[in-house]
Design a protein around this ligand. Sequence first.
Ligand SMILES: C[S@@+](CC[C@H](N)C(=O)[O-])C[C@H]1O[C@@H](n2cnc3c(N)ncnc32)[C@H](O)[C@@H]1O
Length: 236
Amino acid sequence: MENKTKHIEKVKSFFNNYSNSWEKNYDADGIMSERTVRFSKALTEKLPEGALVLDFGCGSGDLTVSLKEAGFNIQGYDLSELMIKRAQERYGSRGIVFTSADKSHPQTLPYDNKTFDAVTASSVFEYIDEPVVYFKEIFRALKPGGYFVLTVPDNRHLERRIENVKIKFYNQDIIIKLIKYLPDNIKKRLNVDFFRISKTRLKVEKWVEMLKTCGFTVDSIPKCETPLVLLTVEKI
Ligand SMILES: C[S@@+](CC[C@H](N)C(=O)[O-])C[C@H]1O[C@@H](n2cnc3c(N)ncnc32)[C@H](O)[C@@H]1O
């Protein structure tokens, strides 16, 4: 079993490598453009214009800027310093503050207690091997009455069930040893690094149970409609 620090370093390095290309996913025909609509809708249903929102795991800032455009006072935070650099280059001039994780304490958020009206996390938690640590931090940084809106892979969806088989396969000790001998271009084609780091694949009920353990109130579990389920939970 790899240790926690090693996993965090792998995730950081993986996303550092994507810092200049992640934004392509948000092109009009990109696979992620619908995310901005889902998150804006979830927040505007709950919060007034001008509410202070943290986009946790903001990447190169695409969702972050869309929430600014929807009227929120938004900040971005990410583990990958190169994603943050790219987000700053693109959107820093629009008054959005982007912050990268503290290298020595990446599991502690650099925000005071009760700062934000909402925190968003779009496709971040599948890369985190200790979600509860961050759920507690997010709970701490939210104001009472604040919302946490996150998407996680929905294991009920067929696409995810197939993906989970690959994740299990690529994370077996023997396969990890053997794959070392494959040429890099083949590993890339097989998406090995992605399947190694995107491994926190839990049942929706388990995510909900963990959020509740950390103090969040969860009204209901949404039906499975897409490969990503969006959960809106509250710090009462
Ligand atoms: C799949 S990308 C999603 C980026 C953005 N939220 C989006 O939807 O376009 C996941 C992001 O989460 C960040 N991330 C992963 N683990 C993190 C952690 N422990 N703390 C903060 N950010 C993290 C990665 O660096 C990466 O930018």
